[in-house]
Write a protein of this length. Structure first.
Ligand code: FES
Length: 151
């Protein structure tokens, strides 16, 4: 089937089966590799993107069901000429990534949090990241990065 998707402000015509996960379309059809395949069952958060500003696990969400929504991937956060987003700068400053596989999903979850709560408490940050897994154990640095971005 053919349908349109709006990703990072651009509209794309997509041809895929009705149940193809959004993650596959983003990565394989649109070349947007920010969202990562981790668990594939909605439990790790590596595939997180924003749908109308709210976090969405793209490994579970059918692409065809996203018609009419505004989708944002990590690539959509960058400024003019590829300038890093405030959260990206903060993650680098805090050296919050080791393997960094989880970081795109963490950054998008943090972006949704900061839009809703520009000055979140540490407890709010930890609650937001509770369902995002980091096998390197960088969680404390990630929390500090989000606190830095909120300043
Ligand atoms: Fe989607 Fe893990 S890959 S939640």
């Amino acid at each position: 089937m053919a349908f349109t998707l709006t990703v990072n402000g651009k509209t794309h015509v997509i041809e895929s089966s009705e149940d193809t996960p959004l993650l596959y379309v983003l990565r394989d059809e649109l070349g947007l590799n920010g969202a990562k395949y981790g668990c594939g069952v909605g439990q790790c958060g590596a595939c997180t993107v924003l749908r109308d500003g709210a976090p969405l696990r793209s490994c579970l969400a059918p692409a065809a069901a996203q018609r009419g929504h505004e989708l944002t991937t990590l690539e959509g956060l960058q400024g003019p000429e590829g300038a890093l987003h405030t959260l990206q700068k903060a993650f680098l400053a805090e050296q919050a990534g080791q393997c960094a596989y989880c970081i795109p999903g963490m950054i998008l979850a943090a972006e949704a949090l900061l839009r809703a709560h520009p000055q979140p408490s540490e407890a709010e940050i930890r609650a937001t990241l509770d369902s995002h897994l980091c096998r390197c154990g960088s969680h404390n640095r990630i929390v500090r990065a989000i606190q830095r971005a909120a300043k």
